[in-house]
Design a protein around this ligand. Structure first.
Ligand code: FAD
Length: 405
C-alpha cells in the first residue's frame, strides 16, 4: 500500500472497483490506528487515519457489512471495535429515521421555508458562512474544502455544525441543507440527525460545543480560533422526535410476475440482493440528486452520483441477462416497465429521504396501470433497525450478535 492509496482521492472516482481498492488499502488501519487517531483532522492531504469510504457506503457501492467484515477479519472484533461501531452509527441513524419518518418530512418543509424566508442580517450571515467569509479561519477553510472536495472529516463536521448553530446563530436546517447539497456521502438520516445531535435536539438537552483548544489539538495545530467561538451556549429545543413508530413494512416481490429491477442512488448494490429466481426483464436506474434541496445539489455531487449509477448499470448489464438503462426521471419508470413487459417494479428498499419522496410520488399511478411495486429490505437492515428506537447504546449492545447474523 502506498501513501497515495490513502491520500484523499480527488473527487472520489465513483466505481465499485475504487471502493474495493480503497477499502483494501485502509483495512490495515481499521484497528489500533483508527481507534487512536481517528479524531484528528490532519487536513485534506492526509487522510491515513479515516477510511473516506462514506461516499461508497452512502450509495451502497459498498455495504456496511463489507467494511465491518474486512475490519473484523483483519483485526478481530475487539481491536476493530471502534471502526465497527462508527459503521453502526450509520445504521443507527438510518434505523432511527425509519422509525420516525415525520422527522424527515418536518425537516424538508422547515428547510424550504427557512430558505424562502432568508432576508436581512440573517441572509448576509448565511452568505458569509456558505461563501467562506466569516473571518473564522477554520470554518472558512472547511467551507472551501466541503465545496471543492465534497468531503469533510467527521470532527470538522461536528465543529462546523456547532459554530454554525451557536456562534453564527444560523438555523440548523440551513446548515444541514448546505451540507446535503455538497457532501458526496450526503445521507438524509446521518446528515439530518447529526445536525440535530450537535444542536442538542437528538439527545435532548445535550449539545456539542466546539472549543478552540479542542480544535487546535485535533487539527494537529493547524487552527486555533481562540476568542472567536461561543463556548457556553444552551442547547436548542423542539418537539419533533416524538415516539418511535413501527419498523417499515414492505410489499414483498411476487415471483410469478415479470420484473423491472430498479436501482436508485441510495442502493446500487444489485449484486448482493436476494432476487431468488425472479424473472428480471430489464434493469433501470434513476438519480434525483437535485431533490436534495430547493437549491439542488452541487456539481461534484451530481457527477459522483451519475458515475456511481453508470458503474452499477454497466456491471449489471454484464452480470445479468437483461438490458440495463438509465432513465431520465422517476416519472419514466412506468412507461419503461410497460415497454419491456414488466408487471412489477422491484427495488432495493428506499430509506426515508428525497429518493423515497420522489418515487412515492411517481409510483402512485402504477397499481392502476397494472404494475406492482415491490421492495427488498436487506436482512441486515431489518435485523438492526428495531434496535434503533432510542439511543445508540441499545444498538451498540447488539453489534456482536448482529454481525454473526
Ligand atoms: C453534521 C454532520 C453531518 C454528517 N453528514 C453525513 C452524511 O450526510 N452522510 C454520511 O455518511 N455521514 C455523515 N456524517 C457522519 C460522518 O461524519 C461521516 O460518515 C464520516 O466523516 C465519513 O468519513 P469516513 O468514511 O472517512 O469515516 P470513517 O471514520 O472511516 O468511518 C467509517 C464509516 O462509518 C460511518 N460513520 C463514521 N462516523 C459516523 C457518524 N458519526 N455517523 C454516521 N456514520 C458514521 C460512515 O459510513 C463511514 O464511512 C455527518 C456527521 C456530522 C457531524
Amino acid at each position: 500500500m502506498s501513501n497515495e492509496d490513502l491520500a484523499t482521492p480527488e473527487f472520489f472516482p465513483a466505481t465499485r472497483e475504487t471502493a474495493l481498492h480503497r477499502m483494501n488499502a485502509f483495512t490495515q488501519n481499521m484497528g489500533k490506528t483508527y481507534a487512536s487517531k481517528r479524531n484528528t483532522d490532519f487536513g485534506p492531504e492526509n487522510r491515513f487515519n479515516v477510511s473516506c469510504l462514506s461516499p461508497y457506503l452512502s450509495h451502497r457501492l459498498l455495504l456496511e457489512k463489507d467494511v465491518a467484515e474486512a475490519a473484523i477479519e483483519a483485526h478481530g472484533l475487539q481491536t476493530a471495535e471502534k471502526f465497527v461501531q462508527e459503521v453502526f452509527w450509520r445504521t443507527y441513524f438510518k434505523g432511527w429515521l425509519e422509525l420516525r419518518p415525520h422527522v424527515w418530512s418536518r425537516y424538508t418543509t422547515t428547510a424550504k421555508s427557512a430558505i424562502e424566508g432568508l432576508s436581512g442580517g440573517q441572509k448576509v450571515a448565511f452568505e458569509e458562512a456558505t461563501g467562506g467569509k466569516t473571518g473564522i479561519d477554520c470554518f472558512d477553510q472547511w467551507t472551501h474544502e466541503l465545496v471543492e472536495t465534497g468531503y469533510l472529516h467527521n470532527h470538522a463536521r461536528m465543529w462546523y455544525a456547532s459554530i454554525w448553530i451557536f456562534t453564527l446563530k444560523l438555523p440548523w436546517v440551513l446548515g444541514a441543507d448546505f451540507f446535503y447539497r455538497h457532501l458526496l456521502d450526503g445521507d438524509a438520516a446521518s446528515n439530518t440527525l447529526s445536525w440535530r445531535w450537535v444542536a442538542g435536539l437528538h439527545t435532548k438537552g445535550k449539545n456539542y460545543v466546539a472549543r478552540a483548544d479542542n480544535i487546535e489539538k485535533h487539527t494537529d495545530g493547524r487552527f486555533n480560533p481562540e476568542g472567536k467561538l461561543a463556548e457556553d451556549p444552551a442547547p436548542l429545543d423542539d418537539d419533533w422526535n416524538g415516539e418511535a413508530g413501527p419498523a417499515p413494512t414492505i410489499t414483498p416481490l411476487d415471483k410469478s410476475r415479470k420484473a423491472l429491477l430498479l436501482l436508485h442512488e441510495d442502493d446500487l448494490g444489485f449484486d448482493s440482493l436476494d432476487l431468488g429466481g425472479l424473472d428480471v426483464r430489464g434493469i433501470a436506474a434513476i438519480t434525483v440528486t437535485d431533490s436534495r434541496s430547493p437549491y439542488g445539489a452541487s456539481e461534484p455531487v451530481k457527477q459522483f452520483t451519475i458515475e456511481a449509477v453508470e458503474d452499477a448499470l454497466n456491471r449489471a448489464d454484464d452480470a445479468m441477462d437483461a438490458d440495463a438503462v438509465k432513465l431520465p426521471s422517476p416519472e419514466a419508470i412506468l412507461q419503461h416497465a410497460k415497454d419491456i413487459g414488466a408487471e412489477q417494479v422491484v427495488m432495493p428498499y428506499i430509506p426515508q429521504g428525497p429518493v423515497r419522496d420522489r418515487i412515492n410520488q411517481a409510483a402512485s399511478s402504477w397499481e392502476s396501470e397494472g404494475v406492482k411495486r415491490a421492495e427488498i429490505l436487506r436482512p441486515e437492515d431489518s435485523a438492526a433497525w428495531p434496535h434503533c428506537a432510542k439511543g445508540f447504546f441499545k444498538l451498540k449492545e447488539k453489534i456482536p450478535s448482529l454481525i454473526k447474523g
